[in-house]
Design a protein around this ligand. Structure first.
Ligand code: SF4
Length: 361
C-alpha cells in the first residue's frame, strides 16, 4: 500500500543560475497546470491514508494558500501525517504561514542557500538573508515548529569560514532540520554555459562538508542521512521513506513515483502533460537484482547504514558472503564501518560514496 506522495509545482518567478531542476517562469500556466494535476491525482491515487505528503518545486509558494488547499484536499491522511511545503523566502507573510497552518501543513522547508547577500545575488536568488531570518520568525510565530533550511556549499566566492557562519546562524535561529547540497553545475543551468569565477575546488567542498558535520553535530543535530541533519524527532519522514526504498506516488510534471514495484516518471513539458496527465512518460518494473542494488545504495545514504538481517530476509541472500571482498576492502580502508545491525559509510566514505557504491552494482 502506498503511504507517501510527492507533488511537483514547476513554477519559479525566475531561474537561479545554478538550477537545472524542472521549473519554468511561466506562471500564466498555473491554472491549467493545477487542473491537469487534479486530473492526475484523481486518476492514480487509490485513497490510501498517507503518512507523508511533500509539495516541492519549483516554488510551491507561488501558489495561493487556497490553491495548495485544493491539492491537499485530494488526499486522506494518517493521524500524525507529515505535510511539507517548500517555500521561497522573498514573499512570505505571517498570514501566508497562518493559512498554511490552517490547511494542515505542519512542516516547511525554506530555500536559504547561504546568508551571504553578495553570493545570493551572484547566484540569482531573489531573496536576501534578512528575508530568510524574518521568514523563520514568522513561521515560528504562526505556530510552525518543524522548519527546514536548505543550504548549498561550494558556491562561487564561498569560503569554509563563510559556510561555517551560515550553519551557526541557522542553528541560532533554532530551525530543527538542515539540508546541505554540494554545488554541482549541470547541463541546462546558466552557470553551465557561463562558468562563475572563484568556485571552490572539490577538496574545499569536501572540507566544507566535514566542517558542517562538526558544527551541526556540535549544535545538537543528528547527522542522519548523507545530506541531512535534524534535531531528535525532526527527521524528514518523507525522505526516510525514499531511503528505506518504500513506494511513493509522484504527481505533476517530471515527478517520479514507485508504485507496485514499478518506477515511473511523468512528462517534463507542459503541452504533453496537459494532454496526458494520466499517462506516465516512462515506466519500469524493477527487477529483483535492481531492488537489491537500490536497497544497498539507498541504505548507505542513511547514516545508520544498512541492516544486514533485513536485506538477507528480503532477498534470500547472505549479504556478507555475497559482498565479502568489497566489505573487506572498504572496512580495511575505514571507508565502511561495522555497526550492530550491519554496515555504514564513515564520514570519509561518504565523500567517495559514488566510487564505493559503484562496486556493489
Ligand atoms: S533553485 Fe529552486 S527557486 Fe531557484 S530556479 Fe531552481 S527550483 Fe526555482
Amino acid at each position: 500500500m502506498v503511504k507517501n506522495a510527492y507533488v511537483h509545482i514547476p513554477f519559479c518567478k525566475s531561474k537561479c543560475k545554478y538550477c537545472s531542476f524542472v521549473s519554468y517562469p511561466q506562471l500564466e500556466l498555473t491554472k491549467q497546470y493545477l487542473e491537469a494535476l487534479q486530473e492526475e491525482i484523481k486518476y492514480f491515487y487509490k485513497n490510501e491514508p498517507l503518512k507523508t505528503l511533500y509539495i516541492g518545486g519549483g516554488t510551491p509558494s507561488v501558489l495561493e494558500v487556497s490553491e495548495l488547499a485544493d491539492i491537499i484536499e485530494n488526499f486522506r491522511f494518517d493521524k500524525a501525517a507529515e505535510i511539507t511545503v517548500e517555500l521561497n523566502p522573498e514573499t512570505l507573510t505571517k498570514d501566508y504561514f497562518k493559512g498554511l497552518k490552517s490547511i494542515g501543513v505542519n512542516r516547511i522547508s525554506l530555500g536559504c542557500q547561504t546568508f551571504d547577500d553578495e553570493i545570493l545575488k551572484s547566484i540569482g536568488r531573489r531573496h536576501n538573508s534578512e528575508q530568510v531570518k524574518n521568514s523563520v520568525e514568522l513561521a515560528f510565530s504562526a505556530g510552525f515548529e518543524n522548519i527546514n533550511l536548505d543550504f548549498i556549499y561550494g558556491l562561487p566566492s564561498q569560503t569554509i569560514e563563510g559556510f561555517a557562519e551560515d550553519l551557526k546562524t541557522a542553528a541560532y535561529l533554532d530551525v530543527k532540520h538542515i539540508s546541505l547540497y554540494g554545488l554541482k553545475i549541470e547541463d541546462g543551468c546558466f552557470f553551465y554555459k557561463n562558468p562563475p569565477e572563484k568556485l571552490p575546488d572539490s577538496d574545499t567542498q569536501a572540507d566544507m562538508y566535514l566542517k558542517a558535520i562538526e558544527i551541526l553535530t556540535g549544535k545538537g543535530f543528528e547527522h542522519y542521512e548523507v545530506s541531512n541533519f535534524a534535531k531528535p524527532g525532526f527527521e524528514s519522514r518523507h525522505n526516510l521513506n525514499y531511503w528505506d526504498n518504500n513506494s511513493y506516488y509522484g504527481f505533476g510534471i517530471a515527478a517520479h513515483g514507485y508504485v507496485d514495484g514499478v518506477r515511473y516518471s511523468n512528462y517534463q513539458d507542459f503541452d504533453t502533460y496537459f494532454k496526458f496527465p494520466h499517462v506516465h512518460f516512462l515506466t519500469h518494473r524493477v527487477t529483483l537484482k535492481e531492488q537489491l542494488e537500490e536497497e544497498i545504495f539507498l541504505g548507505f545514504r542513511e547514516c545508520k547504514g544498512i541492516n544486514v538481517q533485513k536485506i538477507n530476509e528480503k532477498f534470500s541472500i547472505d549479504f556478507e558472503k555475497k559482498y565479502s571482498q568489497i566489505l573487506a576492502k572498504y572496512t580495511a580502508s575505514n571507508h565502511i564501518q561495522k555497526t550492530p545491525q550491519g554496515y555504514k559509510l564513515s564520514d570519509e566514505g561518504i565523500l567517495v560514496s559514488n566510487v564505493i557504491l559503484a562496486d556493489f552494482l
